[in-house]
Design a protein around this ligand. Structure first.
Ligand SMILES: N[C@@H](CCC(=O)N[C@@H](CSC=O)C(=O)NCC(=O)O)C(=O)O
Length: 280
């Protein structure tokens, strides 16, 4: 517990929203995350829904804008929202919004100057859950979800590590980063010029090889201004169909890329995950 420092707490729907900082060994910097503990956590261990946010976000975007606390309290699910990259003065950065701090892409960078701190895959997969499960009244049942860059993170982590998660969902995910501008820019910087190495972080590539099928739900707004150039969910649907991987993609008329979209459907995502999180 002494590794964790509580920096804020607010009562919410009978439970608690809290922010913490801790020294991350994996990332080599101080990190902040937020946790929502539902009322049930006062008397029993509850399962955890991990939320990975998109470009430019911190732990606060989801906790403040998604409106997820009410349903998490009703269902007895803890919410954990990490930051989207390593942070700090000594951490490499870029002036652009889609590279560097706030844009970690949930991968382990191999290239200088990024590799020293940008090890978000290991952080999200192991260091953070270990910390959460040792410090809070939670079980080791984990669902994962996210938005845009975070949807990419949720899908790739779950596809590569199905034993770690009960289920996966995403809002407007970047499903084929190796073939879209956001991904090409970030992967060139973090992983280098060899495009073969990029495939380890591409949902379309990973779903084709997946041996274990997790319950998977994706919501995508039809009015999303990033849909045609950056997101291309039809590529994942085609790869899933080819591989026989069951995937539900729901195209939602008129919705854009914002947290208004996420807030509109987050309850359905929590209800989607709940039976898998609660199963023995
Ligand atoms: N140019 C914009 C882009 C930032 C943006 O739209 N970020 C999204 C995620 S996009 C994919 O990962 C987001 O969630 N923003 C935070 C929010 O609270 O809406 C810009 O720099 O604003």
């Amino acid at each position: 517990m002494d590794r964790l420092k509580n920096t804020s707490q607010n009562r919410s729907f009978g439970g608690w929203h809290k922010q913490y900082t801790h020294a991350s060994k994996v990332l080599g910097c101080d990190m902040r995350f937020a946790i929502y503990l539902p009322p049930q956590a006062a008397t029993q261990s509850v399962p955890v829904f991990y939320w990975l946010s998109g470009l430019t976000c911190t732990d606060e975007n989801f906790m403040q804008k998604a409106g997820a606390h009410r349903m998490a309290a009703e269902l007895g699910i803890a919410l954990v929202a990490p930051d989207t990259s390593p942070r700090g003065e000594g951490v490499a950065n870029d002036d652009a919004y889609d590279l560097g701090q706030g844009a970690g892409f949930y991968l382990n960078a191999t290239q200088a100057p990024w590799a020293k701190h940008y090890q978000m895959e290991d952080y999200i997969l192991k260091e953070l859950p270990d910390l959460i499960e040792s410090a809070f009244p939670v079980t080791d049942k984990r669902a994962i979800s996210g938005h845009s860059m975070g949807g990419h993170g949720a899908l790739t982590l779950a596809l590569k590590n199905p034993e770690r998660f009960t289920s996966v969902s995403a809002f407007s995910p970047i499903v084929n980063p190796i073939n879209v501008p956001w991904g090409e820019k970030a992967f060139t910087a973090y992983l280098g010029d060899n495009r073969e190495t990029w495939k380890a972080y591409d949902s379309c590539e990973l779903i084709a090889k997946a041996k274990v099928h997790l319950p998977m739900l994706i919501d995508q707004g039809e009015g999303d201004n990033f849909l045609a150039e950056q997101l291309k969910p039809e590529s994942l649907v085609a790869a899933a169909k080819e591989a026989g991987y069951p995937l539900e993609l729901r195209m939602q008329e008129g919705y854009d890329h914002s947290y208004y979209f996420i807030a509109s459907f987050i309850d359905e995502h929590l209800k989607f995950h709940q039976p898998f999180l609660m199963a023995d």
